[in-house]
Design a protein around this ligand. Structure first.
Ligand SMILES: *Cc1c(COP(=O)(O)O)cnc(C)c1O
Length: 229
């Protein structure tokens, strides 16, 4: 991959993307995994189209945003030019944003309570659109963080299916910032395995290689691609 942008403003991201790609490839090789088993989600939150377009032009098609409103403001114009863009919502979701979220996103990583399940089920049916759904696990049981407690995960995943008729693809976690992430990745993988879920959204700029070693199928990488926020 070559960097075709010489200017200081847009020159950073394509090189950084190539470096992230190389690290993913290396982690996959170390883990004896197929590169195709890991999806790189380029987290573009806070960055505008001028920063995003060079990354699209470098070949990246899967992007993540953490706010419905922000995504709604910048992505429709981009997806009309690049229709093969895939958008993931990785941030917390409010029930009153479920309609917009289902309309805009191809995947939602933050399913974590009955009110969200109910709102998503309603919108999935009325829009006949089926974003891939991940249940967020609060592996560190941090009070300020979204996600379902590990001890309640099995029952919640069952109720997503049985009560709300949702198809859950996998689990997502955000480990506590002040702890080594490996135990949190391993716990998330274990909960997924015993619930028959095959997708694991885990790993960010600082730890995505580690997450790949522990089974991540989706890594969410922001600052390593776009720079400091
Ligand atoms: C911002 C964000 C990321 C990306 O974080 P970086 O450290 O910039 O890679 C990943 N996941 C979630 C849920 C985020 O909000």
């Amino acid at each position: 991959m070559t960097d075709e942008n010489d200017g200081p403003v847009t020159g950073h991201s394509p090189n950084a993307l190539a470096a992230v790609e190389a690290e993913i490839a290396r982690a996959c090789k170390d883990a004896r995994r197929d590169r195709a088993s890991v999806t790189l989600i380029a987290v573009s939150k806070t960055f505008d189209a001028d920063a995003i377009i060079p990354v699209i032009d470098a070949g990246q098609r899967v992007f993540g945003e953490n706010r419905v409103q922000e995504a709604k403001g910048k992505w429709p114009a981009l997806t009309s030019v690049y229709p093969d863009i895939v958008l993931h919502l990785i941030g917390p979701l409010q029930s009153n944003k479920a309609k917009e979220a289902v309309a805009l996103f191809d995947a939602i990583h933050s399913v974590d309570r009955p009110s969200i399940c109910q709102a998503l089920a309603k919108e999935i049916e009325s829009q006949n659109k089926h974003p891939e759904l991940f249940v967020q696990i609060n592996t560190g049981e941090e009070p300020q963080k979204a996600g379902i407690a590990p001890g309640e995960a099995d029952a919640f995943i069952a109720s997503c299916r049985d009560t709300y008729g949702l198809t859950i693809s996998g689990l997502m976690c955000i480990p506590p910032v002040d702890e080594p992430p490996a135990a949190h990745f391993a716990l998330t993988a274990k909960i997924a395995a015993r619930n028959g879920l095959t997708k694991l959204s885990m790993g960010m700029s600082a730890d995505f290689a580690n997450a790949i070693m522990l089974g991540a199928t989706h890594v969410r990488v922001g600052s390593a691609i776009f720079g400091h926020r």
